[in-house]
Design a protein around this ligand. Structure first.
Ligand SMILES: Cc1cc2nc3c(=O)[nH]c(=O)nc-3n(C[C@H](O)[C@H](O)[C@H](O)COP(=O)(O)OP(=O)(O)OC[C@H]3O[C@@H](n4cnc5c(N)ncnc54)[C@H](O)[C@@H]3O)c2cc1C
Length: 336
């Protein structure tokens, strides 16, 4: 394990923001992680956890210690004829893990194909796509509580993780827990969910299997989302705002085409991308940053934008959405 100083994190975040970490280290197992936590404590350094860097907005400099989680491993435990539990190291690549489970004949994660980042970060914002969230399949996580005297990893069960839409115990208690592994339970024959977006249309006549749904999801995502290697971005920049029925009806009266999804009798999610697009932001760009020209929910870093450029643009978008629709947008990525 190598402790490094003044490390440039530009290539370690998908927004490609230049950010210099005062101290940096990549950890490949729990012992190394515990060593880093002790070192940071002893030297009074704030500890920041980095996975794949696909959901963070980094400042120009980070005081303290950035620990890059690269803990590997994927084990199938409690295998029966119909199901298996997978215990996966926090540093594994999420999409590769999804493909591994599908190739082993298990379904459940196909709708979450091609989401960037690590397995360990997936529970942090309860990743979701096409009607599935990781909370539906995750049974438990192994964590270290950075604030505790005892740095031995322990288990937190699904019902302790306070999962909500793009939220969890980990987001609510930022920097307290570090996830070392994740356990998910998958079946061989879970019902496939194809009712979201254009997945059913993309499947066409082909046989409906978890693998074919995964391929349809991959195709759909590639057609809509910019490739981070060509157009740096952090995925959806805003959460879909939640409104009550009264607010939805008022919006529908003024904007009949507003896109919404029913959550329950009095709760609706609005498509933030539609609100932003209809407010005229799609394709907007300034010298450094902009709004993607195919997907208005994605802010992009065109030309060496810094966090202040991205967050400045996000603020302008938020103000204009509040003005036009009376709806407050909330930023989705973690702003360090
Ligand atoms: C093109 C694109 C498309 C995307 N599509 C989706 C989508 O469809 N659905 C969706 O939900 N998200 C989506 N995202 C967001 C992102 O992929 C997910 O949030 C992903 O889980 C982030 O993983 P990461 O390893 O990159 O996390 P990072 O960006 O490195 O970290 C994110 C947060 O998690 C914390 N963290 C990371 N690892 C750990 C750990 N082991 N223990 C504790 N805390 C940790 C970090 O401190 C930080 O607060 C997309 C992003 C991009 C760029």
């Amino acid at each position: 394990m190598r402790y490094e100083k003044n490390i440039d994190l530009t290539s370690l975040n998908t927004m490609n923001i230049r950010s210099i970490a005062e101290h940096y280290c990549q950890v490949c197992d729990v012992n190394q992680l515990v060593e880093v936590i002790k070192f940071s404590r002893k030297n009074h350094l704030d500890l920041h956890v980095l996975g794949g860097g696909s959901n963070v907005i980094l400042p120009p400099t980070i005081d303290g210690f950035v620990v890059h989680i690269a803990i590997p491993g994927c084990e199938m435990v409690t295998v029966t004829d119909s199901m298996a539990d997978f215990v996966v190291g926090a540093g594994e690549n999420w999409h590769e893990f999804v493909q591994f489970t599908l190739n082993q004949g298990y379904s459940g994660l196909e709708n979450l194909s091609l989401i960037p980042g690590t397995v360990g970060a997936a529970p942090v914002q309860n990743i979701g796509a096409y009607g599935v969230e990781i909370k539906d399949l995750l049974t438990e996580v192994s964590v270290i509580d950075v604030t505790s005297d005892d740095l031995t990893p322990f288990i937190l069960k699904n019902n302790q993780l306070e999962f909500e839409y793009r939220n969890s115990l980990f987001k609510k208690n930022a920097r307290r827990y570090i996830i070392t592994s994740v356990k998910v339970r998958l079946n061989k024959h879970s019902p496939l969910k194809t009712g979201y977006g254009d997945i059913a249309g993309r499947l066409g006549e082909s046989e409906m299997t978890a693998l074919s749904v995964s391929h349809a999801v991959i195709e759909a995502r590639k057609s809509k989302l910019p490739d981070v290697s060509e157009t740096p971005n952090a995925g959806s920049f805003f959460k879909n705002p939640i409104v009550n029925r009264e607010k939805l009806l008022a919006l529908q009266a003024e904007f009949p085409n507003v896109i919404s999804y029913k959550v329950d009798e009095d709760t609706y999610k609005l498509a933030a991308g539609w609100l932003i697009q209809e407010a005229g932001w799609k394709g907007y760009r300034d010298e450094r940053v902009g709004v993607h020209d195919k997907q208005a929910l994605v802010l992009v870093n065109h030309n060496q934008g810094r966090s202040e450029d991205i967050l400045g643009l996000a603020e302008q978008v938020k103000v204009s959405i509040l003005d036009k629709y009376g709806v407050a947008l909330e930023v989705e990525p973690v702003v360090l």
